[in-house]
Design a protein around this ligand. Structure first.
Ligand SMILES: Nc1nc2c(ncn2[C@@H]2O[C@H](COP(=O)(O)OP(=O)(O)O)[C@@H](O)[C@H]2O)c(=O)[nH]1
Ligand SMILES: [Mg+2]
Length: 404
């Protein structure tokens, strides 16, 4: 695992807890990116140093203590010059919060629009950083600083990036138009899709592992090529759904990444049900939950939501909830069965009992129904077979021509 050091500057107007909270979030993001945080540093300064962000002396001091091959992550956005200078002083690759988050988004973006928005944000971040000097990390996983290219090559690179940005913007327009059409006529998912939403560190990934019993995901590698973010979840009685882990909300989200974040999150609009995971042990749990609701509304996520109050093992008291909302501990497993049942009930409640008639020429359709629905009654007549069955919404729509 690549090692990482975190660095924060406490400026004149910032409180201790504010800086600590942000650093804690940065550590969570680093872990999400598959990095191992070795240590954390803070410096108090009234304003950032124009050339090196933290003081030059402090940078040299840190450079002397960090392990080789480690990456240094700053909690604030650095100017290209600061990034280059720091990397030289510390003799290590230096990235900032924005770059770390971009890498996480790049991994989590699945829809066309999400991918385009993330690449746009990456290119816009990269463009002013294309200088002959200093460190340029195209990919965190690479983890190495390289000497920059020559000036002529840089001009070509810049032109190429600007062209790519223009192309992506055009593509974005097209994708949006297609999506608007798709959404209008959205069909139901064959297998129901349930999406976990919530803040980074609320416990989404832990919950996913606990619910789906998957062992591969525990050792998740953000840069793995396989998609570790969708798993099959058996909710009982032979019924199963897909559970997907979505990109987490971030308190200190750099404003340049807002569009990319929303586009990446937008895939929740394809889900049939949302599980909103809330860390009840967090002092700002309520504000966080409100912020999630707000953004979901803004991106047009109109699906039903079940609130999952997580980390109840950390509460000194019991927590009462109104069904289908559930209070759980992803860590101890408490009440996970109750949550699973709530999801089972949610989908079961959408089933309906219907009667169908199939002629003897339509027996393969009758068999399809027998395979994918709970049969209540069958009656043969001279013309064919009459079947009464409890069907899921998707089957109800497939079988509607045979209803009688
Ligand atoms: N005490 C406690 N810790 C939890 C619980 N669920 C998750 N965590 C911890 O919270 C941290 C963040 O969890 P994670 O699943 O990565 O959150 P995500 O960012 O939403 O995916 C990890 O250190 C987990 O071990 C829980 O129910 N109780
Ligand atoms: Mg996670």
């Amino acid at each position: 695992m690549q090692k990482a050091y975190l660095v924060a500057l406490q400026q004149g107007h910032q409180r201790d807890w504010e800086v600590d909270d942000n650093l804690m979030e940065l550590a969570e993001l680093a872990a999400d990116a598959g990095l191992e945080v070795v240590d954390t540093f803070k410096q108090k300064r009234f304003t950032p140093d124009a050339g090196t962000f933290i003081g030059k002396g402090k940078a040299l001091e840190l450079g002397a203590v960090i392990e080789p091959d480690a990456v240094v992550i700053f909690d604030d956005e650095l100017t290209p010059a600061q990034q280059g200078n720091l990397s030289d002083l510390m003799d290590a690759p230096v990235i900032d919060r924005t770059q770390l988050i971009l890498d996480i988004f790049a991994q989590r973006a699945h829809t066309n629009e999400g991918k385009i928005q993330v690449e746009l944000a990456q290119l816009n971040y990269l463009l002013p950083r294309l200088t002959g000097k200093g460190t340029l990390l195209s990919r965190l996983g690479g983890g190495i600083g390289t000497r920059g290219p020559g000036e002529t090559k840089l001009e070509t690179d810049r032109r190429r990036i600007r062209k790519r940005i223009a192309d992506l913007n055009n593509e974005l327009e097209k994708v949006r138009r297609v999506r608007a059409v798709q959404r209008a006529g959205r069909e139901r998912n064959e297998v129901p899709l349930v999406a976990l939403v919530g803040y980074t560190n609320s416990g989404k990934s832990t919950l996913m592992t606990a619910l789906t019993g998957s062992e591969t995901y525990a050792a998740d590698q953000l840069f793995a090529t396989l998609d570790p973010t969708v798993r099959r979840w058996d909710v009982g009685d032979g019924r199963w759904v897909y559970l997907s882990d979505t990109v987490g909300f971030i308190r200190k989200l750099p404003h340049t990444l807002v569009a990319a974040f929303r586009a990446t999150l937008e895939e929740v609009t394809y889900a049939d049900l949302l599980l909103h995971v809330i860390d009840v042990s967090h002092p700002q749990a309520r504000e966080q939950a409100d912020a999630v609701h707000e953004v979901l509304k803004e991106i047009g996520a109109v699906q039903p939501v079940i609130c999952v109050y997580n980390k109840i093992d950390l509460l000194p008291h019991r927590m009462e909830t109104k069904a289908p909302d559930t209070a759980v501990s992803a860590k101890t497993g408490e009440n996970l069965a109750q949550l699973t049942e709530a999801v089972y009930d949610f989908f079961a409640a959408q089933n309906s009992v219907r009667s169908y008639f199939f002629t003897f020429h339509q027996l393969s359709e009758a068999n399809q129904l027998r395979e994918r629905a709970r049969i209540i009654a069958e009656e043969f007549t001279a013309e064919g077979v009459k079947i009464t069955a409890e069907v899921e919404p998707i089957m109800a729509s497939i079988m509607s021509p045979f209803e009688n």
